[in-house]
Design a protein around this ligand. Structure first.
Ligand SMILES: Nc1ncnc2c1ncn2[C@@H]1O[C@H](COP(=O)(O)OP(=O)(O)OP(=O)(O)O)[C@@H](O)[C@H]1O
Length: 248
């Protein structure tokens, strides 16, 4: 399969903490890959290295076959990155913020305005899209931030807990928006703690523990290997067994 993103042997330590240990991952066009792991497993570290925001100690990332370390500008233009830490300019409203980022991405004005209105509708942002970002609730800011990641129709979407802090209705808008991006041929890699979301969205899942991928596959494959009826049990069994020092 033609891989939109291929990461090989990503490794990163912070002092004594091995946040990522020889992690290899790939995602193809029209595919959704989920990163599941407990707090501190290394999900954010890995997504930041894939996005070219954090330099790995070892390992490589290729976007459309281009090495992120060698050509960061060319590869970053192909990526939409969302994380809860991303800030929008407080005095701009979401429409103005999206216009600003769209121009940075070199979108033409017509396409940009069309895309902004499409996202405002899809992510149900109409009631707050003209209010300054500094006045928005955390969930509203999060939706605006997701719109920013989707804006330039990148080949690869990297989403760090995209539904974190959202109510169940807002979360569903994001989940459906991710499905639309997948259907449009985008490659998506995202982290989540929400098992139902992972089961519903992911073509493949990588299970992380202490910076390592401890299992990966489709949901049916993970269930079969674990002998568990659902992903939550499979996850707890795998992580629990490793915490107790055994194999899953
Ligand atoms: N800049 C940093 N300096 C020091 N340690 C860090 C830094 N960033 C991450 N770590 C450590 O690396 C490990 C992995 O962190 P990371 O944020 O990647 O995990 P995560 O799986 O995204 O966790 P969570 O689900 O809680 O967001 C943790 O032990 C964390 O404390």
């Amino acid at each position: 399969m033609n891989q939109t993103m291929r990461a090989e042997g990503l490794t990163k330590s912070f002092g004594q903490v091995h946040a990522a240990d020889r992690v290899s991952l790939s995602v193809a066009a029209g595919e959704v890959v989920g990163l599941l792991g407990p707090n501190g497993a290394g999900k954010t570290t890995i997504l930041r290295m894939i996005a070219g925001i954090l330099t790995p100690d070892a390992g490589e990332v290729f976007i459309n076959g281009i090495d992120v370390a060698r050509d960061p500008l060319a590869t970053k233009s192909k990526i939409g990155f969302h994380s809860g830490d991303t800030q929008l300019y407080q005095r701009l409203n979401p429409r103005e913020a999206l216009e600003y980022f769209g121009r940075l991405y070199g979108m033409n004005e017509r396409a940009l305005h069309h895309r902004i209105e499409e996202l405002v509708e899809q992510l149900e942002m109409g009631s707050f899209a003209s209010r300054p970002c500094g006045t928005l609730s955390s969930g509203q800011k999060q939706r605006a931030n997701i719109a920013r990641a989707f804006l330039h129709e990148p080949d690869l979407l990297i989403l760090d807990e995209p539904t974190n802090a959202l109510d169940v209705v807002s979360g569903q808008f994001i989940v459906e928006a991710i499905r639309r991006e997948k259907a449009a041929g985008r490659a998506v890699i995202f982290s989540t703690h929400i098992m139902g979301e992972a089961e519903y969205l992911c073509d493949r899942i990588s299970l992380l523990h202490q910076g390592r991928i401890v299992d990966e596959g489709t949901v049916p494959e993970l269930l079969e290997r674990s002998g568990c009826p659902n992903l939550t049990d499979a996850f707890l069994k795998n992580i629990g067994a490793r915490r107790n020092g055994g194999a899953a």
